[in-house]
Design a protein around this ligand. Structure first.
Ligand code: ATR
Length: 265
């Protein structure tokens, strides 16, 4: 679609920027919808974020932006209004700029993961889940799994104190949820989710001993590249159903689009 003076502008902010998928996903969507808009990458350093955002507020044709590393936490504090999911996480992954320049943030990372499971025919409600990792992505996923009503959420992390802190805050927000710290050991869980970055590089250690995986366990990874992490490859070999990392982002697309005011059904 040709860009004209009437085209609405959207951005994605990140540092580094080269790997972001927002423009590749959103521009074809705009085209398909016949929506006169374009998404462009904005390479913004952490130190420059407040100045960049002050400028964004003043650009009337800029309708909003996606937020990715390392800006999700800092951007939360620069918003004028954030919904419950973003507030619980103290982090946003999308911002809409209202006509008056007010910035409305939200975070669909957790919702994207749950919706991705459901689109793949996996219903997490009532499941016994082992989550590997306790970083930023893990936090979003832990809250979303607790909200979805899993039977039990066990959190295992290389750094035990982070797992304990995440379990505690998850219980605080979702008092009815059964959340505990565990070791990274496959037993007879319904679902094991890797949220650690172990698997991004071929030489990374496995986040758990795959030889103990049982075929009745679904194994999910949120790493998108490589699509088949070593954990997923080994899980498949052991007869486990696997759930790929791209589902989390693909399923977020309509949620992010709606937040950004894109006319998607
Ligand atoms: P993100 O925002 O992508 O979740 P993060 O907040 O840096 O990234 O979290 C990375 C997670 O991967 C953490 O749980 C980290 O474990 P630590 O808390 O012990 O650092 C985990 N992680 C990273 N590399 C790992 C490895 N080689 N083995 C196991 N866990 C690893």
């Amino acid at each position: 679609m040709a860009i004209s003076g009437k085209t609405a502008v959207y951005g994605v902010i990140a540092d580094p920027i080269g790997h972001v998928r927002g423009p590749t996903i959103f521009n074809p969507l705009f085209e398909k919808l016949g929506f006169d808009a374009a998404m462009v990458p904005f390479h913004v350093s952490a130190a420059s974020l407040p100045r960049a955002v002050a400028g964004f507020r003043a650009i009337e044709s800029l309708k909003g932006w996606l937020v990715t590393n390392p800006h999700k936490f800092a951007m939360f504090h620069l918003c004028d209004q954030v919904d419950a999911s973003g507030t619980r996480l103290q982090a946003v992954n999308v911002v809409r700029r209202e006509a008056d320049g007010r910035l409305i943030g939200s975070n669909y990372d957790g919702a994207g993961f749950i919706t991705g499971l459901r689109h793949d025919g996996i219903e997490p409600t009532g499941m016994d889940v082992l989550m590997l990792g306790a970083g930023g992505a893990a936090r979003a996923i832990a809250f979303a799994l607790a909200e979805a009503g899993v039977k039990r959420l066990s959190i295992a992390n290389r750094t035990h104190t982070s797992a304990a802190a995440l379990a505690e805050i998850t219980r605080k927000f979702f008092p009815d949820a059964k959340v505990e710290v565990a070791d990274a050991i496959a037993a007879d869980q319904d679902l094991i989710v890797n949220t650690t970055s172990a698997g991004l590089k071929p030489e990374d250690p496995l986040p758990l001993d795959a030889t103990q995986l049982r075929s009745g366990t679904i194994v999910a990874d949120i790493i998108m590249n490589p699509e088949m992490t070593r954990l997923l490859t080994l899980a498949k070999e052991r007869g486990c159903r696997i759930h790929l990392g791209r589902h989390m982002l693909d399923s977020q697309l309509p949620l992010l689009a709606r937040h950004l005011g894109v006319p998607i059904s």
